[in-house]
Ligand binder design. Structure first.
Ligand code: 4AD
Ligand code: MG
Length: 476
């Protein structure tokens, strides 16, 4: 037997339910603890479904009449936390292999039936978002957050096994990596009494960092510094974007994985992205079977099949220009999109999903985007119009990864920075990588929650992160 808790109650250590369900030493005593999901029964016997979060599965406690006092049993209600000592028995009923014949029950915490909000099954996702502090206790969110953990482990394992180093980039920064001006400012200044110069601009001299500082939108720039020293690195941390997009795919605070590799060109970058994402999906299929089976049944009947399908074939790779042609042909044949399609447009998720779900029926890596719609650091192509960008587009999600080969040429990079009016003095350290021992290098960013949307079949990004931050919402 595997013990997971040092606390001894009446001489018996607690067993996690995930471990208890695998036991076969019937007749022995066992202590399980958890939150009551349901209690049902009649005057002769009660059945309590107990869950401790270690697995989606509940263990059934069988309480014969008279074995537990009515005084205690009345507090065993949905949501209450209890500890139960009993005998492990082979289950009579269908659906479980073992159950516990209860000998004693201790109530740790009651949950008033009139107040506890998770009484009935089938609460809406919107309602559950309002009680995000309690929703991890539901089957769906338990499954999602166990999968979230497993994906984080998969990511570290993938890169560690490949010899990448996990590199910690700053959360507070003075540079806007994506140049999109969507940063949250960080200040200790008194906002009611801001010091301004004669032009009305705020003076930051006396602010905490002595200059304007913000929360990072990406760890890439610092990741590049690391890659041009350690060779292959990845970051995995929170990023923040103050974009006012209220969509099922955008968060103001999300987690991003950003590998950066010296000497990789765009093709190597695509290979890495494809191998990485397939590894993560395979990991979920191998390690999250119970949770995926639940989500497949309750949330999205096509989930497991879709996960398997992306593993089957190589992703389709094609230039942006070819993608636009396909979309324009579709429009010519009568396909209606909300947003117009033309060379130079930034693709909307409806366009991305058309290519993936309807045209190719396969994940797509689109490359060589117009430079105007991509960030300043991307390697410029000979044509003067496009850059070595790549976006990985996925069924149901659209863009799941964005990346590029980086501009390694000092002068070309400098010219682009000047064209875009990016303040030079903030970029001196970044330009140093191109000044001293510059090298070809590439990287990408995977949105962790977008990956989780795909792997769990959930449809709103607010439901794959424990406490979502979105415009006008920062509860909990
Ligand atoms: O395409 P993005 O903006 O690329 C970068 O940030 C680069 N610096 C990455 C790199 O090359 N190292 O963002 C990368 C990914 C997107 O493909 C998407 O999956 C996710 O991050 N993402 C978001 N996820 C949730 N909410 C948002 N607001 C997101 N913005 C981007
Ligand atoms: Mg992008």
């Amino acid at each position: 037997m595997q013990y997971n808790n040092d606390i001894l109650i009446m001489g018996i250590k607690r067993t996690k339910i995930v471990d208890a369900l695998a036991l076969t030493n019937y007749g022995s005593e066992i202590n399980v603890k958890g939150w009551v999901r349901t209690k049902r029964g009649n005057k002769n016997v009660s059945f309590i479904a107990l869950n401790d979060g270690s697995t989606i599965k509940n263990i059934q406690l069988v309480v014969d009449a008279g074995s537990i006092s009515e005084d205690i049993l009345k507090d065993v209600t949905t949501g209450a936390c209890i500890s139960c000592i009993g005998t492990l028995v082979q289950s009579q009923g269908a659906g479980q292999t073992v159950e516990v014949l209860a000998k004693s029950i201790e109530i740790y915490g009651k949950a008033d039936v009139n107040e506890y909000p998770l009484q009935k099954k089938g609460c809406s996702m919107e309602f559950l978002r309002e009680i995000a502090h309690l929703r991890p206790r539901t089957n769906t969110f338990g499954a999602v957050f166990r999968i979230r953990h497993n994906m984080a482990i998969a990511i570290h394992k993938f890169f560690h096994d490949k010899g990448f180093f996990y590199f910690h980039t700053p959360i507070i920064t003075a540079s806007d990596c994506e140049g999109a001006g969507q940063m949250f400012q960080v200040t200790t200044k008194n906002l009611y009494d801001l010091k301004k110069d004669e032009n009305g601009s705020i003076i930051y001299d006396d602010d905490f960092f002595g200059k304007m500082a913000s929360l990072t939108v990406s760890g890439q720039l610092e990741g590049e510094l690391a890659a041009t020293a350690l060779g292959s690195i990845y970051t995995f941390g929170p990023t923040f974007r103050a974009e006012n997009s209220n969509t099922p795919r955008h968060l103001a605070e999300f987690w991003m994985i950003e590998p950066e590799v010296a000497f990789n060109d765009l093709y190597d970058n695509m290979d890495l992205a494809e191998e990485f994402i397939k590894y993560c999906v395979q990991w979920a299929l191998d390690n999250c079977q119970d949770d995926l089976a639940f989500l497949n049944q309750m949330i999205d009947k096509g989930l497991i099949e879709r996960l398997q399908s992306v593993l089957k074939a190589p992703f389709t790779r094609l230039p942006y220009t070819e993608g636009i042609k396909i979309l324009e042909e579709a429009v010519a044949k009568g396909k209606k999109f909300e947003f117009p399609v033309y060379w130079g447009c930034d693709l909307a998720s409806e366009h991305e999903r058309y290519l993936v779900e309807e045209h190719f029926k396969n994940p797509v890596i689109l490359t060589d985007y117009p430079k105007e719609i991509k960030a300043f650091y991307m390697k410029q192509n000979e044509d003067g119009k496009t850059v070595r960008a790549m976006d990985v587009l996925f069924p149901t999600i659209g863009e799941i990864i964005g990346g590029s080969e980086r501009e390694a040429d000092y002068n070309k990079l400098l010219t682009r920075i000047q064209e875009l009016n990016i303040p030079m003095k903030d970029m001196w350290w970044y330009l140093d990588t191109r000044k001293f021992g510059s090298c070809p290098h590439s990287g990408f960013g995977l949105g962790f929650e977008r990956l989780l949307l795909f792997v769990t079949g959930m449809t709103n990004i607010r439901d794959v992160i424990p406490f979502p931050r979105t415009p006008r919402s920062a509860e909990f």
